[in-house]
Design a binder for this molecule. Structure first.
Ligand code: RIB
Ligand code: CA
Length: 306
């Protein structure tokens, strides 16, 4: 609780991951929300590594009071792909001290079910990794997702080019069956897909022109600056999970259009997502205010000209 009054709470389902880490730091820094917990899923890196990264990130910035719950190490069927090429072997571009806080025995699905049922309509669920934990939640506790105040998901490449396959986006591709099950619940949700993500990028020059006087903002900058250092050919970093997080905290950063999203669950088009004709329950990101989003991110993280 940042101020005196209780703030809206969010739970982040994540596979950290460089952009996940920035998104988590944004949520920790934003003055208008409280992070009630993280639930971890394999994806960018193994579940074990993602769990370590999530715990290490929170402890490094003095937030070890926020619980990090174990989640799915495998998709509903098959096994996870990985995105080491983008995130590096460890999944983060900055070494962090080994986490020491205890890991809660309660798993991600039980934690999500408990939090959502105990606080119906009060907790926003931000999903920035493969959707396995959310699909398992709905299978084991039907109706849980409907108890969220809102669902904000980074995933898919709706009728647009993919990033892990020609037409498939990584999170949906990692667990296409989970993506289909979540996207076809009929629930209202916000989806930030690759078409939105391609509207926001931070250049190497911008990243290197910034500094921050606070721990959260400085760590975020170090992670970004090291990402550029890791490969001299990198000229800009697309914001993926950061857009989902920014829109969960401040929906005004983008416009949306109502669609029904279909996801191929298997076969050569596994993970491919399309919008069915007509409207639907999914608010798909349309136009993203890139300048406003970067300014808001910098404001939360205390970024200033170096
Ligand atoms: O396709 C981008 C998504 O895949 C992001 O969530 C990124 O962290 C990776 O998980
Ligand atoms: Ca992610």
């Amino acid at each position: 609780m940042k101020g005196l009054a209780a703030l809206p709470r969010i739970i982040i389902d994540t596979d950290p991951g460089v952009d996940d880490a920035i998104a988590i730091l944004m949520a920790l820094a934003a003055p208008t929300v409280d992070v009630a917990g993280l639930t971890v899923v394999g994806g960018n890196v193994s579940h074990a590594r993602a769990l370590r990264n999530a715990r290490a990130l929170l402890e490094y910035v003095g937030k070890s009071d926020i619980p990090v719950h174990r989640g799915s190490s495998r998709p509903l069927t098959g096994k996870f792909a990985s995105a080491r090429n983008f995130h590096g072997g460890s999944g983060l571009t900055r070494r962090l001290p080994k986490p020491t806080a205890d890991i809660p025995p309660q798993g991600a699905v039980d934690f999500l079910a408990e939090q959502l049922s105990a606080n119906p309509g009060e907790v926003t669920l931000v999903s920035i990794g493969p959707l396995t934990n959310l699909a398992r939640l709905e299978r084991q506790y039907p109706g849980s997702l409907a108890q969220a105040a809102s669902l904000v998901i980074m995933g898919g490449a709706v009728d647009s080019p993919g990033n892990i396959r020609p037409q498939a986006e990584f999170n949906f591709y990692c667990d296409p069956l989970a993506a289909r099950e979540v996207m076809t619940t009929g629930l209202p949700m916000t989806l930030v897909d690759l078409a939105a993500c391609r509207q926001v990028a931070m250049s190497r020059e911008m990243a290197n022109s910034l500094k921050s006087r606070n721990r959260l903002g400085l760590l975020a900058l170090q992670i970004i600056q090291n990402w550029f250092k890791a490969d001299e050919s990198r000229e800009s970093m697309l914001f993926y999970d950061q857009i989902a997080m920014a829109s969960a905290i401040c929906p005004a950063v983008m416009t949306t259009r109502q669609v029904t999203v279909e996801v191929e669950a298997e076969g050569p088009e596994a993970g491919v997502s399309r919008a069915a004709p007509g409207g639907g329950p999914v608010a798909l990101a349309d136009k993203v205010d890139s300048e406003g989003l970067l300014a808001l991110t910098g404001q939360w993280l205390g970024w200033e000209a170096a």
